[in-house]
Design a binder for this molecule. Structure first.
Ligand code: AHG
Ligand code: MN
Ligand code: MN
Ligand code: MN
Length: 324
């Protein structure tokens, strides 16, 4: 089985970018070790602090963030990093060519129940004539040069793209190497499985409510087929399932809070996952536009997300339009 770095060389990926991805796999091994030790390492549970998102931070959110930040900033090709857990960007090497945005631990409510979590990353080029501040990161997702995630599940997997399709690697714990285990991944345009937090039903727009009503109606409704529902409560695991066996994932607009009508973040969750899904032939939309075309105005901005099987995403968007 092929190792991760040689596959990148085969694709003629820029050596500096290979070095950043190599650094990310080192981080992945460090974090997966801590996650795997669980209770034994004393890293479960919450802290007393809140992040910039207004969420209580878990000990592993902070530890994973610290590891990623420290290890990535040692890489000479990293100009700066931005994280869900950091208020501002953190600068690295002045001559670095790349910016790395990351969600150090996605699905952190799963930590304490020994369920799946992951790390999501997005690599952007440093723009020419840049100011050297946060504005460097404010690029649409279509500018990404690499994006992916590491899933800490029963096995440790790293999935990423550099724009030449989507590949998945599995960590061989006996040799400490990520080995290529899945390539040419494609998502079927049709599906009969969806992932959404149904407890938010009453907060959604009417179009979203009608769409889900019709999914639930099964063979006796207008969709004339039965749909199955899955919800891991970790986007990284829900998206991984969709990449493996199809489906639709949505975290749409909701009216719970006027200031934060969306839950998921564009730079750390939306953009990297949208690119992976598009690379596999799926679609990723905010409800208003293609996620990868959104011009960010803030590194922590949130976004509606509807992604997965192309035709199912289109059907869902049709319901949203019908109610506008
Ligand atoms: P994070 O742990 O990085 O803050 O992200 C959590 C996100 C995402 O992983 C998941 O899809 C969603 O929150 C789960 O939300 P619910 O609380 O609505 O299940
Ligand atoms: Mn969080
Ligand atoms: Mn997350
Ligand atoms: Mn997180």
């Amino acid at each position: 089985m092929q190792r991760l770095i040689p596959t990148l060389r085969n694709d003629q990926v820029d050596e500096a970018l290979i070095s950043v991805i190599n650094t990310l796999q080192i981080c992945a091994k460090e974090i997966s070790f801590r996650v795997g030790q669980g209770e034994l390492a004393g890293v479960l549970g919450s802290t007393l602090s809140e992040n910039i998102q207004g969420e209580t931070q878990k000990k592993l959110d902070i530890l994973s963030n610290q590891l990623l930040k420290e290890i990535l900033l040692e890489c000479q090709h990293v100009r700066a990093v931005a994280s869900e857990e950091e208020e501002g960007i953190v600068l690295g090497n002045d001559n670095g060519k790349y910016l790395v945005a990351f969600d150090p631990l996605d699905g952190s409510s799963n930590i304490d129940i020994n369920s799946m979590v992951g790390t999501i990353f997005s690599i952007l080029p440093v723009p020419e004539n840049n100011s050297g501040d946060v504005d460097m990161f404010l690029q649409p997702g279509r500018n990404q040069v690499a994006a992916g995630y590491i899933l800490y599940g029963p096995s440790i997997m790293m999935a990423f793209t550099t724009g030449k399709g989507l590949r998945m690697f599995t960590l061989d714990q006996t040799v400490g190497e990520f080995l290529l285990t899945k390539k040419d991944i494609t998502i079927e345009p049709e599906t009969s499985e969806f992932a959404i937090n149904m407890s938010n039903f009453r907060h959604w727009q009417e179009g979203m409510q009608l769409y889900v009503d019709d999914l639930l109606a099964g063979t006796s409704g207008p969709r004339t087929k039965n749909f199955n529902m899955r919800w891991v409560a970790a986007m990284v695991a829900d998206v991984h399932r969709i990449l493996c066996r199809g489906g639709l994932f949505a975290y749409p607009w909701d009216a719970r809070s006027e200031n934060k009508p969306y839950k998921l973040r564009l730079m750390y969750e939306g953009n990297p996952m949208a690119w992976l899904i598009e690379q596999a032939g799926g679609a990723a939309h905010s409800g208003e536009e293609r996620i990868l075309d959104i011009q960010p105005t803030d590194i922590h901005q949130r976004v509606g997300i509807i992604l997965g099987a192309k035709h199912e995403v289109e059907t869902c968007l049709g319901y949203l339009k019908g109610s506008q």
